[in-house]
Design a protein around this ligand. Sequence first.
Ligand code: G1P
Length: 807
Amino acid sequence: MEKATLQELLESRLKDIFSIEIAEASPQELFLALANVVKSCYANDWSQTRKNLLVEQQKQAYYFSIEFLPGKLLKSNLLNLGLLDTAEELFEELSFSLDEVAEVEKDMALGNGGLGRLASCFMDSLASLGLPGNGNGIRYNYGLFKQKFVDGHQVELPDDWLRAGNVWEVRKESKAVDIQYGGEVYLIEDENGRLRPERHGGYVWRAVPYDTGMVGYQNDMINTLRLWSVEVPAAEEANYATIESRRSLEDLTAVLYPDDSNERGKKTRLMQEYFFVSAGIQSIVRYYLKLNHPLTMMSEKIAIHINDTHPALCVSELMRLLLDDHDLPWEQAWAITVKVMSYTNHTIMAEALEKWPIDLFKEVIPRNYQIIEEIDRRYLEEYAEVHEAALLNRTRIIINGQVHMAHLAIIGSHSVNGVAKLHSDLLKSVVLHDFYLIFPERFNNKTNGIAQRRWMQLANQPLSKVLDTTIGKSWRHNPQDLQLLKNYQEDPTVLQRLADAKLTNKQALAEYIQQTTGIEVDPTAIFDVQIKRLHAYKRQLLNVMHILKLYFDLKDEPQAPIHPRVFIFGAKAAPSYHYAKAIIKVINEVANLINHDPTINDKLKVVFLENYNVTLAERIIPAADVSEQISLASKEASGTSNMKLMLNGAVTIATLDGANIEIRDAIGDENIAIFGLTEEEVYAYYAQQNYSAYAFYEEDPVLQRVVNAFIDGTIPNIEREGREVFDSLLKYNDEYFLLKDFKSYCDAQYRVDLAYKDQQRWQAISLMNIANAGKFSADYTVQNYADDIWQIEPLYAHVKEPNSASL
Ligand code: G1P
């Protein structure tokens, strides 16, 4: 589209909506008008994609996820429509900044961390590869909370992201479905001797979908992200006459992860899970029936993906529809269900493998519970002759009065995958070993990937330009072409250009830090970044311990030859995760101490940026020199910030955990700083039960000083939190082996400091990181899901490039 046309469209939209001229428009008004123009640019393609799908009747995948984290969509949609440069030029000509306008958009904060962002990266890749794949989730009114720090403590505020409306979504009243909760279900024999459910009591809530177009990269393909919102069904209006009763209903889609430390929160979570699962499955079956094929062929047209355990009810809900609404015999319904479903596990942390008390199941979703009981009974019966009772008892779905969601997902799916090689191996050998014995053919690995369009082309324009001028633009379509950069490893001009781009990004971040926190940071310092959910296994605390060590080094020797460093954190703690919140307070107080100590002479700065989200990540990642990936080996399933930071030229300091191992394999030991226990060593400690945190503490005076600092008054205002940290390390024997890994972590940090001082070498390492990051594009990951798990193919009309995504 020509610039002049875009301008005309923008002008006419401003007139239509606000009755104003461009010159009078505020950034808010410009945003809304431009977003509407963008929407109209893909409206036709969106309906055409749907039509093509109906005509071609190609198999489609549906990705069920309790989290999605798309981030802002304006620039991403402009990029994918091929309009970003034009829009930028136009705005510049009109003396506006497109960035300022884009900033107006609220992040759709419908997720917490890697899980939700991965789902959104996959949405981008599916559409960009021309693959028919849709998202299915919940339209939370407040999403995850908005994080504020008050006296260093995390405070959770509602994130009212929908207040000004959401320009991208389309409410589809006509596609609403009813969701049944509660009541009693009796099984009554019909005239053919078949047991039929008869429901007494209970209630019905309405699920209304809001669809958002997922725009493919310059291929006219528009998939759909369908998010469900709860409403009162018309027939039930009278029962919800009071504000109170309405409020309890609206609670259902108010927030992500309601606090489940109490019964009410638990119930809301289970109801949420059933809500988006039932709504999604009902709408899929309705669509499938339109194709006029027998239900027995469903797996030829439909693939349903269970992303983590939250949507595991997909299994019992599809069974319910096939059995109760469509009269299929159990065996047929089960065969269809298993062929249609697939499941990804995202963590080995037991806390995330959900279990629900059966009483809650019976109360909330009685018919699903009956079906799950029957799946469980048949499972035991079917495998009784092949496997020992003990093994079956460990893997069955209902154990000790609880429904095990992961077991339901595994038994009901044809594919179970982990998200990095090590993680998938651990699933087979440890975490899900029992299942592996029973279903070895179901297990496979799909290493995560990231949307390089967002994390490079959008987030890092300075670097993107250097890449364009150095290796041409093919990397924008084929991320593996970033490899071409390897030819310039020793080219001082290119290395300098890369350094300049990094400096530009660091200056921008320094400005943001100054504006939002008041802290002055020097853009020539090393920007050392750890951005991820706050969790003990991710070991933000180990990072803090190293910072304290450097602090003491400088106190002892103010002239110590340490290159100045800025440690940057971004992390939210789950509201009921007490220990994680204590760590946030500790980091903030360490920051206070160091940032205000004049003897440190600005050699160290610690910055904890509030409210970490996709937009903030887009600011931080391009400016990072060092990427902290320091989880205890075996605990981080994959990680994806490791990939984003690598792509942006940061040098990784890492344990051999998750996808760090594959990153190391891709770039070689000389381009990454590896430290710490290996996964085998961690498991050896578990086996021998001989880890003694105290022994490490006792023998290392440096470590002693650091650990004591949490309780000896060195860090002011952390009496309670410091004690908790101290106790977790010594009294409770340091669950995540921080004391053991401390020394090798400090050594690795020292190597990083040395390497940075040799700028030529540093830039070459950074270049190798960028050059080898193409492999971690979500395009390849999604292509592998499409080929191996979903068996979906691109829609012919939307394959613009030769399909070069397979490795
Ligand atoms: C979780 C895992 C992480 C993985 C991600 C996506 O993310 O812990 O290793 O990369 O899912 O598969 P988290 O919620 O911890 O950020």
